[in-house]
Ligand binder design. Structure first.
Ligand SMILES: Cc1cc2nc3c(=O)[nH]c(=O)nc-3n(C[C@H](O)[C@H](O)[C@H](O)COP(=O)(O)OP(=O)(O)OC[C@H]3O[C@@H](n4cnc5c(N)ncnc54)[C@H](O)[C@@H]3O)c2cc1C
Length: 261
């Protein structure tokens, strides 16, 4: 039985929310062979839940709005703790990102004269949010997925990344497991070509999750997660779920349990 699969890509994007899909589209457009991994179903990311809209100083409703005002609002909203350069790029590039979404098929609400409508939102000193009723995120994801599908990148759904693989301190791939069957998957990319996206991916935090630890043990032993869990269960007289309830469970414990110690 095959218990491990491997894949090679020029660029690997971890996460298929707005950030990940947009990155994957850009990499595909540059001619790279791109793989996208998401731990849930494609389209099921936080991005799809965004209701308020996309902040971009298009100045369609308030002509005095500009990227500089947006930048100021963003820095003040972050109590000046924000990375100012990121906030600047965000404010400067947001209008073009919204126009780009429109070119790719997003249908935003309109002003009386047919331009993209903008509305007020907390922290913004001007009506700045381009929106689609209360389902802006859904329209964003739908649009980015449609564009991405035409670009032709591969998507690994329900595939959870548990470890970024490094060589000489540089990320060169990742290790993941398939939620459906626990099958381990290694994805390799050239040095410097990994894009990590989404807000939740932190391998050091992820390893606190016992199921992810089991996936690692499974990979090193050529097994799948369910086999590991079943064997640990046998060797620890039903303590597996005790293990799995513990955020601190580690690979060593699982290995010792597997070895019957
Ligand atoms: C209810 C709600 C309303 C919101 N409203 C607004 C709004 O009106 N305007 C606004 O600007 N923002 C809003 N936000 C915030 C906004 O939605 C997020 O900041 C934005 O969508 C984040 O996008 P992202 O692509 O970085 O991450 P996400 O959309 O969260 O995508 C993360 C991706 O990473 C994947 N992933 C994570 N960990 C792993 C792993 N270990 N292995 C594999 N894949 C992994 C996930 O499956 C997912 O595909 C809202 C958020 C919520 C929840």
């Amino acid at each position: 039985m095959t218990t491990r699969e491997t894949h090679d890509y020029d660029v690997l994007v971890i996460g298929a929310g707005g950030a990940g899909l947009r990155a994957a589209i850009e990499a595909s457009a540059a001619g790279a062979k791109v793989g996208v991994i998401c731990k849930s179903l494609l389209g099921k990311a936080h991005t799809v839940m965004a209701e308020g809209g996309v902040a971009a100083a298009l100045a369609h409703v308030d002509p005095k709005d500009s990227w500089k005002v947006h930048f100021r609002d963003t820095m003040l909203g972050g109590k000046l703790l924000n990375h100012w350069r990121m906030a600047q790029l965000h404010a400067q590039e947001a209008p073009e990102r919204v126009r780009e979404l429109e070119r790719w098929g997003a249908v935003f609400d309109r002003t009386q004269d047919g331009r993209i409508l903008q509305r007020n939102f907390g922290g913004h000193s001007a009506p700045r949010l381009a929106h689609v009723g209360d389902r802006t995120g859904l329209e964003m994801i739908r649009t980015l997925q449609d564009e991405g599908v035409h670009r032709g990148f591969d998507v690994f759904m329900e595939c959870t990344v548990t470890k970024l693989l490094k060589s000489d301190g540089r990320v060169v791939g990742c290790f993941a497991y398939r939620r459906e069957n626990g099958l381990a998957a290694g994805v390799a990319v050239p040095v410097d070509a990994v894009t990590a996206s989404g807000s939740g991916l932190d391998p050091d935090i992820s390893v606190a999750n016992a199921r992810l630890q089991a996936a690692r043990v499974a990979a090193t032993r050529g097994m799948n997660i369910d086999q590991v869990l079943a064997l640990v269960n046998q060797n620890t007289t039903g303590r597996t779920w005790g293990f799995l309830g513990e955020p601190g469970v580690n690979v060593l414990e699982l290995n010792l349990a597997l070895d019957g110690k």
